[in-house]
Design a protein around this ligand. Structure first.
Ligand SMILES: [Zn+2]
Length: 157
């Protein structure tokens, strides 16, 4: 019988939330490695749109509530997590699934996502990378300054 290694006493230090769009998979992996994240140590939450629903939690309450609950679960079970990285990307096809009147294009959504995360998890460090094409073959990342993140005053979800 073939066996595989188990991680004994895991100590993730970050949660990374990103879209599963395969066009960005390699770039996101390499970017995370270069920025002291580790796909084997840390927790990866990868699904369509990644954290984009948190840019408009009042308009996407079920998706936002689902994501906040999953984050709370992880923080409860892995108290070593200090950082949330919320990655969004250019030309995200999931944005078509967001109600039209509250779609926020691209990078503009990141400060809102950061504000929502800061509201629920004020003790966590928040990192907000935006992935965009430089041409059809290459992707670069911009980091949104988290000091510009608004602090939401009302409960979002
Ligand atoms: Zn996407």
């Amino acid at each position: 019988m073939k066996t595989y290694p188990a991680v004994v006493n895991p100590k993730p230090t970050a949660i990374i939330i990103h879209c599963m769009d395969p066009r960005f998979a390699t770039a996101i992996s390499l970017f995370l490695e270069e920025n002291d994240f580790n796909r084997q140590r840390d927790i990866i939450m990868s699904f369509p749109g990644g954290p984009v629903c948190l840019a408009h939690p009042r308009d996407t309450p079920s998706r936002s509530k689902w994501l906040i609950k999953k984050l709370r679960f992880n923080f409860k079970h892995f108290p070593t997590i200090e950082t949330i990285a919320a990655v969004i990307h250019e030309d995200c096809r999931y944005s078509n699934a967001i109600p039209q009147d509250c779609r926020i294009p691209g990078k503009e959504a990141l400060p809102l996502i950061g504000g929502c995360l800061k509201h629920y998890f004020p003790e966590k460090k928040i990192v907000l990378p935006y992935a965009k094409f430089t041409d059809i073959h290459r992707i670069t990342f911009e980091l949104v300054d988290t000091t510009q993140v608004p602090h939401l005053l009302e409960e979002a979800v």
